[in-house]
Structures are given as C-alpha cells and as structure tokens.
Design a protein around this ligand. Structure first.
Ligand code: AMP
Ligand code: ZN
Length: 299
C-alpha cells in the first residue's frame, strides 16, 4: 500500500488527541473532543431525517439466526464475530477458568455482534405484516463489529453506524437511494469535506464473492462517499448508498401492499470515519474550524 507519508503523519498526530488505543487492535477509547464531534454529526444527520421515519436504536449484539437468515454467511463470513460464553454451575466454571483451556470450552450463544445497523430491521418489519403503500422509513444506529484483516486508524473492529432505510416497492427503494445520492455533495460540502462519490462494491468473501462484487458494480447497486484521509489512491469510505434489490425482501418474505416482494435500500454513515475526516480536514482545534461547519455541527 502506498501512503503519502506526510498525510500519514498528519493523520497519526491528530489521532493521538482523538482516539486512545487499547490492547485490542482496531478498538479505541474515544476522547471528549472526538465524542463532541460525533455527537454534533449525529444531530446534523438527524436534522436530515425524512418525515414519518421511525427511529430505532440497537444494541451491539443481535440474533445469530436472524443474521444467518439474511444471508450474511454467504457474503461476509470472514467479518463475523460471535458471542461465546461458559456454561455450567459455579464449580464447573471455576474449574474451567483455572485451567488453560477455558477458551476451548466456550460455548456459542445465540447472539452475534451486529455487523451493520440495518440487519435487525428487516425481520422486525416482516413481523408487522405487509408494508403500507407509502413504504417504510427507518432511522437506525448500532455499535458494529467487523473482524477486519487490517487495522489502519480508519479501519476499526468496533465502530458506530447510523443508517436511514427504506422498505417498499422497487421504485420507492431506488428513489430513496438516489435521493440520498443526490444530497450527498451538499451534505459533504456543509461539513467542508473535500470528497468524491463513486460506484463501489462490498468486500464479498472468496471467489464467488468476486463475482458478486462485479455484479454489484455492473448494476450500480452501491456508491460511496470517499474522503482522502491518508491517500488519494486509497480514500476512506465515510458513507455508503445501497440498493439491495429484493435480497432482504426475499430473505424475510417482506411484501408490499400489493403482495409483491419488497425492495430495500439504505444509506449508512460511518460515524468515526466522518469524524476523522473532519479532524483531518479542519485540524484538532475546533475553534479554528470554518464557522459554517461549526454552526452545522453545533460546535
Ligand atoms: P458498509 O456497510 O460497508 O457500506 O459500511 C457502511 C459505512 O460504515 C462505511 O461507509 C464506513 O463509513 C463505515 N465502516 C465500515 N467498515 C468500517 C470499519 N471497519 N471501521 C470504521 N468504519 C467502518
Ligand atoms: Zn444497511
């Protein structure tokens, strides 16, 4: 990977004031300064919520069965983290943790770490029955986990994702995605972020995954808002705009009012990446940020 070393030094030096490493790679303590900007961003995003959007906040864990039913194991098994724990009575467990092989005795629970904020929504909406004619809109957020292969400062294992979602007909879902895409330039400009928006593909697993990535690109299903944090050649995806066709509709038998399989779309905001992009662009002195950006973020 080529990385402009001056840019890398800049990102590393600002990061010291923002994120404190822990013993776990890609897992950081966040300083008050960082959190202040994340909170400003959350409110800024919230002010862009469409009318009649249902707000839901999810914990960092979700049902393993539900994630499996969404097809996650076919697409991203390499990113998944599962929750395991020790079973037994007190004496069993005391004996286990005294020994060296307690790790081998961990039993999987029925929970996994949530890899994206929108997965819990589809089964929840499906359980409510058919989608009304005007479609359904959600504003969701969750702490997410991904077992990433590398741990650059903008590639965390645990990070916060905010999403807006649309469930409805094909034209409602695609229209929602495209509306957000058309707002993206203005969104980034209000934050003073030099950026570009490009077609993208998800990091699908393995050889079949490469075909899925190509097909995703060919069908223009995913776009990303990119900011050059450490290099122009490898910019950081701070937001994604996704049209899932009827993938989740089929997985959950989500039906529209006319009985058709529903289509879905989501726009995702990577909170840490957006905050890092802001600090990398404007510096770590909030008082010297451009006034309109500070106003927009209530800083
Ligand atoms: P995706 O579902 O991959 O499109 O992710 C949605 C957004 O979450 C991305 O555009 C990023 O801003 C953010 N994101 C994804 N993976 C990570 C990661 N490993 N560390 C930090 N942010 C991430
Ligand atoms: Zn999503």
């Amino acid at each position: 990977m080529t990385m402009n070393s001056a840019a890398k030094d800049h990102v590393e030096s600002i990061t010291k004031a923002l994120l404190i490493p822990t013993a776990a790679a890609g897992v950081y303590a966040r300083t008050a300064l960082f959190e202040q900007v994340v909170e400003g961003l959350a409110a800024f995003i919230g002010r862009r919520r469409d009318a009649e959007t249902e707000i839901l906040r999810f914990p960092p864990v979700m049902s393993r069965q539900q994630l499996q039913s969404s097809g996650y194991l076919q697409s991203f098994p390499h990113l998944l983290g599962c929750v395991s724990s020790l079973d037994g009575d007190e004496s069993d467990i005391r004996a286990l943790v005294k020994g060296s092989d307690w790790l081998a005795r961990l039993a999987t629970t029925d929970m996994v770490l949530n890899p994206a904020a929108c997965y819990p929504v589809y089964p929840l909406a499906a359980a409510r029955g058919q989608i009304p004619a005007k479609g359904l809109l959600f504003d969701v957020a969750a702490y997410c986990f991904r077992h990433e292969a590398t741990h650059e400062i903008d590639r965390l294992q645990a990070f916060q994702m905010r999403e807006y979602l649309c469930l409805g007909s094909a034209s409602q879902a695609l229209g929602f995605r495209d509306r957000w895409l058309s707002r993206a330039d203005e969104f980034a400009m209000q934050l003073g972020l030099p950026h570009r928006i490009e077609p993208a593909s998800d990091p699908f697993f393995g050889r079949a995954g490469r075909l899925a990535s190509i097909s995703q690109l060919e069908q223009s299903l995913k776009f990303e808002l990119l900011v050059s944090l450490h290099s122009d050649r490898q910019p950081t995806a701070c937001m994604s705009f996704n049209y899932h066709l009827d993938h989740f509709g089929k997985a959950w038998n989500l039906r529209t009012e006319t009985g058709q399989i529903a289509h879905t779309a989501c726009v995702a905001f990577g909170m840490e990446r957006l905050a890092l992009a802001l600090f990398a662009t404007h510096g770590i002195e909030l008082t010297s940020w451009p006034t309109p950006v500070r106003t927009n973020l209530s800083l």
